[in-house]
Design a protein around this ligand. Structure first.
Ligand SMILES: Cc1ncc(COP(=O)(O)O)c(C=O)c1O
Length: 421
């Protein structure tokens, strides 16, 4: 199939990340159901990748599928709001603590719109992100910190403008650097994950996020929290679990059970500062939304997913499994004395090739071991386990079982034994 696909698809895949799976070709999926994927050769895999978070609550959750199927017979996209949208707005406001929401197509989209709103609210142009971040293919955020300078991310196709014009970048867990970067009063927004997840999991140090809130508030900078991945911490994301009070929140991936959708929420203050231009006669060209954004199908799927899938009960099943996964890996690491460690955030667990957890992006990037990474992923793949290709990161779903976790614990142990003997 891969040979045939290469004749019509760039790289043989419909989206270029899919060639990052280990081996000479990606497996082609026949079906994904619950916590399992079956490929076209009939192999069944325990899936800890879960669509890199898009299917964090399992493949084709029944409530989402039923609601989406019903809506598909009643209009997919109509350029009109449906009643479902009200329930989605109410539910997001209730969970995440921000009063007003709009829908986006993806988390990338949500971030792009959030930054635009922040610029509108502050009349400032620059944004600030953290070294090692990923917020989707948003040009201003596609950067790295090298020798104290902001540069385009390695491997990225060229940006439209030099990121020095659009972006400031600092290391995570450094309040002094944040203070310095925001002092000039030229930064519209700080966009961040409250726990970094895209160069491995990096936890905030005690008091760090409270410090970010205080400095952003004092300097009139909009604080945007991207909960796309950190939603694994609980039903209202890391923000609700840790009582954070950002000005805006963005999310996407699992919000409609895998059907494309994202969302961003704003505080009363941001709403008051932006609503004028949002609802002006020129609203169709204010730079937010798109023809298919907020379509009836996505909203039906979001409503069902929020009401019936992304529930406290689901987390109560998923978190103990993540703890079990963590203990299994940690046990092998300790017994073998390898200088590795594990980190867990709610339903997300990761193991890293270094003795101590990195505290910022620079440390995380320096600790990467691409060859070892490939080894672990290929070893797992050949033994019917899917781990996200870009990380050693496992997600638990409401369908994941203790047996699934124990299969990984056994295979992980075998992979380490082969490596060390
Ligand atoms: C934190 C974060 N925000 C945003 C995105 C973008 O999501 P999408 O590719 O679905 O637009 C990602 C993707 O990995 C992400 O990790």
């Amino acid at each position: 199939m891969f040979e045939r696909a290469r004749k019509s698809m760039i790289g043989g895949v419909p989206m270029n990340w899919m060639i990052e799976w280990p081996g000479r070709f990606p497996i082609f999926a026949k079906a994904g159901v619950g916590s399992k994927i079956t490929d076209v050769d009939g192999h069944t895999y325990v899936d800890f990748c879960l669509g890199d978070t898009g299917a964090m609550f399992g493949h084709s959750p029944k409530a989402t599928v039923d609601a989406a199927a019903r809506q598909m017979r009643k209009g997919i996209t109509m350029m009109l709001p449906t009643e479902d949208s009200i329930r989605v707005g109410e539910e997001l406001a209730h969970r995440f603590g921000l009063p007003y929401w709009q829908i986006a197509m993806t988390a990338t989209d949500a971030n792009r719109f959030a930054l635009r709103m922040a610029r509108e609210a502050t009349s400032r142009r620059k944004i600030l992100v953290f070294n090692g971040c990923y917020h989707g293919t948003v040009d201003e955020t596609f950067v790295r910190l090298v020798d104290g300078k902001v540069v385009p991310r390695e491997g990225a196709m060229p940006p439209p403008v030099d990121p020095e014009l659009t972006t400031k970048i600092i290391e995570f867990n450094d309040l002094q650097a944040l203070e310095q970067a925001l002092m000039g009063g030229d930064v519209a927004a700080v966009l961040m994950e409250p726990v970094m997840t895209n160069c491995g999991i990096i936890l905030p140090e005690e008091g760090y996020l409270e410090g970010v809130r205080e400095i952003t508030r004092r300097t009139g900078t909009v604080w945007i929290i991207d909960e796309t991945h950190t939603w694994c911490a609980g039903p209202g994301g890391y923000s609700a679990a840790h009582h954070l009070k950002p000005d805006m929140i963005t999310l996407g991936k699992p919000v409609a059970g895998g059907i494309p959708a994202g969302a961003f929420g704003v505080s009363q203050e941001i709403f008051d500062k932006t609503i004028g231009n949002m609802l002006a006669e020129t609203t169709g060209v204010n730079g937010l939304g798109g023809t298919l954004t907020g379509n009836a199908l996505a909203l039906a799927a979001m409503r069902a997913t929020l009401e019936k899938v992304i529930t406290r009960k689901a987390y109560d099943h998923m978190i103990p499994l993540a703890e079990r996964f963590n203990e299994g890996v940690e046990g092998t690491i300790q017994e073998t004395g390898l200088p590795w460690h594990t980190v867990r955030l709610g339903t997300r667990v990761e193991y890293r090739f270094g003795a101590t957890p990195p505290k910022n992006g620079a440390e995380a990037i320096a600790a990467k071991d691409p060859l070892l990474n490939k080894y672990v992923h290929l070893y797992d793949l050949n033994r019917s386990i899917l781990l996200t290709p870009f990380h050693n990161m496992a997600l638990m779903s409401p369908y994941t079982t203790r047996k699934d976790v124990d299969v990984h614990t056994r295979v992980f142990r075998e992979s380490v034994e082969e490596l060390t003997t």
